[in-house]
Design a protein around this ligand. Structure first.
Ligand code: ATP
Ligand code: MG
Length: 197
């Protein structure tokens, strides 16, 4: 493409982008859902947390399902002055195989989450794997929707999980689906420290 043609094309693109930017004027927190079967949901949420904390914003993480091991992100962020990290839950549901125990853990984690949604202390809350609590019917969805809609206006919330309750999708501002096109695990590659956890 000739230089002058490229310049004209970019100028018209800029006009369209400027108009879009000018029309997005509302300032408020958003609810972001990161779902799908592909790899990259939790790591995206924690990437956004690094972005927020980098700007001096206060963040909290609640992990509704505790994995097998301490993750690299937990070790990296847990002592950060702006970040409070809570590992709740007590294991993968297929490992504990005790529904009543899972429900108790879910209720405890949700009680903490609900209290964080009531204070404007935090700019960003991450509820990692919250969506499983509805899938396995450990928590009713209505109180969660109610607490999310009543949260402080400027508070941002990110929820991750492979599947999302439709009610959550109904109130979300941003929904991203991480599509599983290929994963090394299926080619026999073992989970790696620093990549998987
Ligand atoms: P990550 O924490 O890497 O961003 P995720 O949050 O998108 O992954 P989860 O469903 O929470 O994915 O699964 C967590 C663990 O399972 C991670 O160790 C991740 O690498 C791995 N994983 C994610 N997707 C897949 C997949 N499609 N097949 C196999 N393992 C996966
Ligand atoms: Mg995850």
């Amino acid at each position: 493409m000739r230089d002058d043609k490229h310049k004209a094309k970019m100028a018209s693109k800029k006009a369209v982008m400027d108009a879009k930017i000018a029309s997005a004027t509302e300032e408020r927190g958003v609810l972001i859902l990161l779902k799908g079967n592909g790899k990259g949901k939790s790591s995206s949420a924690f990437g956004t947390m690094a972005r927020s904390a980098g700007h001096g914003k206060r963040c909290a993480v609640i992990q509704f399902i505790k994995g097998r091991t301490e993750t690299g992100e937990y070790k990296f962020f847990k002592d950060h002055a702006l970040i409070d990290w809570h590992v709740m839950g007590h294991g993968f549901t297929w490992e504990t195989q005790d529904k009543q125990l899972d429900i108790l853990a879910a209720e405890k984690a949700w009680a903490l989450a609900a209290s964080l949604l009531k204070t404007s202390h935090y700019d960003l809350l991450i509820f990692d794997e919250l969506s499983y609590m509805f899938k396995y019917e450990y928590l009713p969805v209505e109180p969660v929707i109610s607490a999310l809609t009543k949260r402080p206006r400027d508070q941002n919330v990110i929820i991750t999980g492979r599947t999302m309750a439709v009610e959550l999708q109904g109130i979300a501002d941003t929904i991203s689906v991480v599509h599983d096109e290929r994963h090394a695990f299926r080619q026999g590659v073992k989970a790696q420290e620093g990549i998987e956890y």
